[in-house]
Design a protein around this ligand. Structure first.
Ligand SMILES: C[S@@+](CC[C@H](N)C(=O)[O-])C[C@H]1O[C@@H](n2cnc3c(N)ncnc32)[C@H](O)[C@@H]1O
Length: 229
Protein backbone atom coordinates (compact mmCIF):
# COMPACT_ATOMS: atom_id res chain seq x y z
CA UNK A 1 0.00 0.00 0.00
CA UNK A 2 1.13 3.53 -0.70
CA UNK A 3 2.14 4.88 2.71
CA UNK A 4 1.17 8.41 1.70
CA UNK A 5 -2.39 7.23 2.42
CA UNK A 6 -1.79 6.08 6.01
CA UNK A 7 -2.97 9.30 7.69
CA UNK A 8 -6.27 8.82 5.84
CA UNK A 9 -6.56 5.27 7.27
CA UNK A 10 -6.04 6.63 10.78
CA UNK A 11 -8.67 9.29 10.19
CA UNK A 12 -11.16 6.54 9.30
CA UNK A 13 -10.47 4.53 12.48
CA UNK A 14 -9.83 7.49 14.83
CA UNK A 15 -13.14 7.06 16.66
CA UNK A 16 -12.46 3.45 17.66
CA UNK A 17 -8.68 3.59 17.70
CA UNK A 18 -8.15 3.46 21.49
CA UNK A 19 -10.78 0.81 22.09
CA UNK A 20 -9.35 -1.46 19.37
CA UNK A 21 -5.77 -0.92 20.53
CA UNK A 22 -6.66 -2.18 23.98
CA UNK A 23 -8.81 -5.02 22.63
CA UNK A 24 -6.35 -6.27 20.01
CA UNK A 25 -3.34 -6.09 22.30
CA UNK A 26 -5.19 -7.50 25.34
CA UNK A 27 -4.39 -4.16 27.02
CA UNK A 28 -0.64 -4.64 26.61
CA UNK A 29 -0.40 -1.38 24.64
CA UNK A 30 -0.86 0.58 27.88
CA UNK A 31 2.02 -1.28 29.51
CA UNK A 32 4.29 -0.70 26.47
CA UNK A 33 3.72 3.06 26.53
CA UNK A 34 4.17 3.19 30.29
CA UNK A 35 7.48 1.35 29.89
CA UNK A 36 8.66 3.94 27.37
CA UNK A 37 7.83 6.77 29.75
CA UNK A 38 9.45 4.99 32.72
CA UNK A 39 12.69 4.40 30.82
CA UNK A 40 12.86 7.92 29.36
CA UNK A 41 14.43 9.53 32.46
CA UNK A 42 12.48 12.76 31.73
CA UNK A 43 12.49 15.63 34.20
CA UNK A 44 9.41 17.74 34.90
CA UNK A 45 10.92 20.61 32.89
CA UNK A 46 12.08 18.46 29.92
CA UNK A 47 10.87 19.72 26.55
CA UNK A 48 9.25 16.62 25.09
CA UNK A 49 8.04 16.00 21.53
CA UNK A 50 5.82 12.98 20.80
CA UNK A 51 5.82 12.38 17.03
CA UNK A 52 2.85 10.57 15.40
CA UNK A 53 1.06 11.20 18.69
CA UNK A 54 -2.31 10.00 17.34
CA UNK A 55 -4.85 10.05 20.16
CA UNK A 56 -2.14 11.30 22.51
CA UNK A 57 -1.60 8.40 24.90
CA UNK A 58 2.18 8.81 25.20
CA UNK A 59 1.95 12.59 25.61
CA UNK A 60 -0.77 12.09 28.24
CA UNK A 61 1.31 9.54 30.16
CA UNK A 62 4.21 12.03 30.36
CA UNK A 63 1.93 14.82 31.57
CA UNK A 64 0.22 12.57 34.12
CA UNK A 65 3.63 11.79 35.56
CA UNK A 66 4.55 15.46 35.94
CA UNK A 67 5.99 16.66 32.61
CA UNK A 68 4.69 20.14 31.83
CA UNK A 69 6.15 20.91 28.39
CA UNK A 70 4.87 18.20 26.07
CA UNK A 71 4.05 18.63 22.37
CA UNK A 72 2.27 16.02 20.26
CA UNK A 73 2.40 16.20 16.48
CA UNK A 74 0.43 14.15 13.93
CA UNK A 75 -0.76 14.45 10.33
CA UNK A 76 -4.32 13.34 11.09
CA UNK A 77 -6.59 16.11 12.37
CA UNK A 78 -9.16 13.51 13.45
CA UNK A 79 -6.69 11.59 15.60
CA UNK A 80 -5.62 14.91 17.16
CA UNK A 81 -9.25 15.85 17.83
CA UNK A 82 -9.61 12.65 19.91
CA UNK A 83 -6.37 13.48 21.69
CA UNK A 84 -7.61 16.99 22.51
CA UNK A 85 -10.86 15.62 24.00
CA UNK A 86 -8.92 13.28 26.26
CA UNK A 87 -6.45 15.99 27.31
CA UNK A 88 -9.25 18.37 28.27
CA UNK A 89 -11.13 15.69 30.17
CA UNK A 90 -7.98 14.96 32.18
CA UNK A 91 -7.28 18.68 32.79
CA UNK A 92 -3.88 18.44 31.11
CA UNK A 93 -4.37 21.19 28.53
CA UNK A 94 -1.79 23.49 30.12
CA UNK A 95 0.85 20.77 29.85
CA UNK A 96 0.26 19.34 26.37
CA UNK A 97 0.10 21.20 23.06
CA UNK A 98 -1.00 19.50 19.87
CA UNK A 99 0.07 20.36 16.34
CA UNK A 100 -0.86 19.10 12.89
CA UNK A 101 2.26 18.36 10.89
CA UNK A 102 4.45 15.76 9.24
CA UNK A 103 7.08 13.63 10.90
CA UNK A 104 9.08 13.92 7.68
CA UNK A 105 9.32 17.68 7.94
CA UNK A 106 9.10 18.63 11.61
CA UNK A 107 8.20 22.32 11.99
CA UNK A 108 10.84 22.93 14.69
CA UNK A 109 14.37 24.27 14.68
CA UNK A 110 17.46 22.13 15.27
CA UNK A 111 18.17 21.19 18.91
CA UNK A 112 14.78 22.17 20.33
CA UNK A 113 13.79 19.17 22.50
CA UNK A 114 15.33 17.22 25.40
CA UNK A 115 13.37 14.12 24.52
CA UNK A 116 11.65 12.92 21.33
CA UNK A 117 9.39 9.87 21.31
CA UNK A 118 7.45 8.01 18.65
CA UNK A 119 5.11 5.10 19.42
CA UNK A 120 3.88 2.81 16.64
CA UNK A 121 4.41 5.64 14.17
CA UNK A 122 7.75 5.00 12.46
CA UNK A 123 6.38 1.91 10.68
CA UNK A 124 3.79 4.10 8.97
CA UNK A 125 6.19 6.62 7.48
CA UNK A 126 7.01 6.44 3.76
CA UNK A 127 10.69 7.16 4.55
CA UNK A 128 12.02 5.67 7.82
CA UNK A 129 15.47 7.16 7.42
CA UNK A 130 14.12 10.66 6.96
CA UNK A 131 11.77 10.24 9.93
CA UNK A 132 14.63 9.22 12.21
CA UNK A 133 16.98 11.95 11.00
CA UNK A 134 14.26 14.59 11.47
CA UNK A 135 13.71 13.43 15.06
CA UNK A 136 17.49 13.40 15.69
CA UNK A 137 17.78 16.90 14.20
CA UNK A 138 15.33 18.49 16.65
CA UNK A 139 17.04 16.91 19.68
CA UNK A 140 19.32 19.01 21.86
CA UNK A 141 22.87 17.67 22.36
CA UNK A 142 22.62 14.68 24.78
CA UNK A 143 18.85 14.60 24.22
CA UNK A 144 17.26 11.18 23.72
CA UNK A 145 15.13 9.58 21.04
CA UNK A 146 12.88 6.69 22.10
CA UNK A 147 11.11 4.60 19.48
CA UNK A 148 8.42 2.09 20.37
CA UNK A 149 7.51 -0.13 17.45
CA UNK A 150 6.14 -3.55 16.54
CA UNK A 151 8.63 -6.24 15.64
CA UNK A 152 8.57 -9.96 14.92
CA UNK A 153 9.40 -12.39 17.74
CA UNK A 154 12.83 -14.05 17.34
CA UNK A 155 11.59 -17.41 18.72
CA UNK A 156 10.17 -19.64 15.92
CA UNK A 157 7.18 -20.98 17.83
CA UNK A 158 6.16 -17.53 19.08
CA UNK A 159 6.66 -16.19 15.55
CA UNK A 160 4.32 -18.87 14.16
CA UNK A 161 1.58 -18.14 16.69
CA UNK A 162 1.96 -14.39 16.24
CA UNK A 163 1.74 -14.73 12.43
CA UNK A 164 -1.56 -16.59 12.82
CA UNK A 165 -2.82 -13.81 15.06
CA UNK A 166 -1.75 -11.08 12.62
CA UNK A 167 -3.10 -12.78 9.50
CA UNK A 168 -6.40 -14.07 10.91
CA UNK A 169 -7.58 -12.56 14.19
CA UNK A 170 -6.44 -8.99 13.54
CA UNK A 171 -8.28 -8.35 10.21
CA UNK A 172 -11.36 -10.20 11.51
CA UNK A 173 -11.53 -8.20 14.75
CA UNK A 174 -10.78 -5.02 12.80
CA UNK A 175 -13.70 -5.70 10.45
CA UNK A 176 -16.09 -6.60 13.28
CA UNK A 177 -15.26 -3.72 15.59
CA UNK A 178 -14.01 -0.87 13.41
CA UNK A 179 -15.85 -1.58 10.16
CA UNK A 180 -12.52 -1.27 8.37
CA UNK A 181 -10.92 -4.62 7.50
CA UNK A 182 -8.59 -2.65 5.23
CA UNK A 183 -7.08 -0.70 8.13
CA UNK A 184 -6.34 -3.85 10.09
CA UNK A 185 -5.00 -5.82 7.09
CA UNK A 186 -2.76 -2.83 6.57
CA UNK A 187 -1.65 -3.06 10.20
CA UNK A 188 -0.67 -6.73 9.77
CA UNK A 189 1.19 -6.19 6.49
CA UNK A 190 2.99 -3.12 7.85
CA UNK A 191 4.27 -5.21 10.78
CA UNK A 192 5.56 -7.96 8.45
CA UNK A 193 7.27 -5.52 6.11
CA UNK A 194 8.86 -3.28 8.75
CA UNK A 195 12.60 -3.18 9.41
CA UNK A 196 14.41 -5.67 11.64
CA UNK A 197 15.64 -4.24 14.97
CA UNK A 198 19.26 -4.15 13.75
CA UNK A 199 18.17 -2.13 10.70
CA UNK A 200 16.40 0.42 12.93
CA UNK A 201 19.54 0.69 15.07
CA UNK A 202 21.63 1.16 11.92
CA UNK A 203 19.41 4.07 10.75
CA UNK A 204 19.66 5.63 14.20
CA UNK A 205 23.45 5.38 14.00
CA UNK A 206 23.46 6.93 10.49
CA UNK A 207 21.46 9.87 11.92
CA UNK A 208 24.32 10.58 14.31
CA UNK A 209 22.76 9.04 17.42
CA UNK A 210 24.93 7.18 19.94
CA UNK A 211 24.52 5.02 23.07
CA UNK A 212 22.11 2.93 21.04
CA UNK A 213 20.13 0.11 22.60
CA UNK A 214 17.02 -1.94 22.01
CA UNK A 215 14.83 -3.85 24.41
CA UNK A 216 12.42 -6.67 23.49
CA UNK A 217 8.99 -6.33 25.09
CA UNK A 218 6.41 -9.16 25.27
CA UNK A 219 8.56 -11.85 23.63
CA UNK A 220 9.74 -9.40 20.98
CA UNK A 221 6.41 -8.40 19.44
CA UNK A 222 7.36 -4.86 20.37
CA UNK A 223 10.83 -3.31 20.57
CA UNK A 224 11.83 -0.18 22.46
CA UNK A 225 14.81 1.60 20.88
CA UNK A 226 16.85 4.30 22.54
CA UNK A 227 19.53 6.63 21.23
CA UNK A 228 21.21 9.84 22.35
CA UNK A 229 22.29 12.81 20.30
C1 LIG B 1 -0.52 3.64 15.00
S1 LIG B 1 -0.81 5.35 15.25
C2 LIG B 1 0.11 5.62 16.72
C3 LIG B 1 -0.49 6.64 17.62
C4 LIG B 1 0.10 6.79 19.02
N1 LIG B 1 1.48 7.18 18.98
C5 LIG B 1 -0.08 5.54 19.87
O1 LIG B 1 0.85 5.15 20.57
O2 LIG B 1 -1.18 4.98 19.85
C6 LIG B 1 0.18 6.12 14.02
C7 LIG B 1 -0.07 7.61 13.86
O3 LIG B 1 0.89 8.11 12.91
C8 LIG B 1 0.27 9.18 12.19
N2 LIG B 1 1.06 9.44 10.96
C9 LIG B 1 1.19 8.65 9.88
N3 LIG B 1 2.04 9.23 9.00
C10 LIG B 1 2.45 10.39 9.55
C11 LIG B 1 3.35 11.43 9.16
N4 LIG B 1 3.98 11.39 7.97
N5 LIG B 1 3.56 12.47 9.99
C12 LIG B 1 2.91 12.54 11.19
N6 LIG B 1 2.04 11.60 11.61
C13 LIG B 1 1.82 10.54 10.81
C14 LIG B 1 -1.13 8.68 11.95
O4 LIG B 1 -2.02 9.73 11.65
C15 LIG B 1 -1.43 7.99 13.30
O5 LIG B 1 -2.07 8.87 14.19
Amino acid sequence: MNKDNTPEIFSVIAKNYDFLNHLLSFNLDRAWRRRLVSLSRFRPDSRILDVCTGTGDIAIEFARRGAHDVTGIDLSARMLARAQQKIEKLNLATKIKLKTGSALNLPYGDMTFDLVTIGFGLRNLPDYSRGISEMARVLKPSGRLLILEFSLPPDKLTYGLYSLYLKNYLPLAGRLFSGSARAYSYLASSIFSFLKPEEVISLMRQSGLRNLSCLNLTAGIVTLYSGQR
